[in-house]
Design a protein around this ligand. Structure first.
Ligand code: HEC
Length: 116
């Protein structure tokens, strides 16, 4: 039952990420925030602690965000399957239109927002 729920959530998150266009602001911070709201929040939650089991807590000071920008950017763009989570993270958070520039802005955003 739990597994079915996770898969349904996964598919919903993928669909949501792909369908939304960005709300054209030129302010870089708000672009990062908009990308997070559009493509990441379904799994990582508004406060970054994760919306379901298996999602890493981005507010953990010794956790994922202690890695370098290069490593994290690569993970965001190519997806992550560390084996320590029951589900992988989809490439670009499932948003096929996510650009590298947006990936950088959303990484800046989560670092600022979640205090790392
Ligand atoms: C479908 C759910 C889902 C979505 C959407 C999603 N993530 Fe993730 N994310 C995960 C999971 C699951 C992991 C852990 C994967 C693993 O360890 O195998 C993860 C891991 C991460 C990590 C830690 C990487 C590391 O090397 O430890 C970062 C940073 C991250 N996600 C950022 C993002 C950003 C930014 C977005 C939006 C562009 C996003 N995620 C969208 C599920 C998601």
């Amino acid at each position: 039952m739990k597994k079915v729920f996770l898969i349904a959530y996964f598919i919903a998150a993928l669909g949501g990420g792909v369908s939304q266009a960005m709300a054209g602001s030129h302010d870089e911070r708000s672009v990062g925030a908009a990308v997070y709201a559009r493509s990441c929040i379904a799994c990582h939650a508004i406060d970054g602690v994760g919306a379901m089991p298996g999602i890493p807590d981005l507010t953990d000071k010794k956790g994922a965000l202690s890695k370098s920008d290069g490593v994290l950017l690569k993970g965001i763009i190519n997806g992550i399957n560390s084996g320590s989570s029951p589900i992988p993270m989809p490439a670009k958070g499932g948003d096929e239109n996510l650009t590298e520039a947006e990936a950088r802005l959303v990484l800046d955003y989560i670092r600022r927002k979640f205090g790392n």
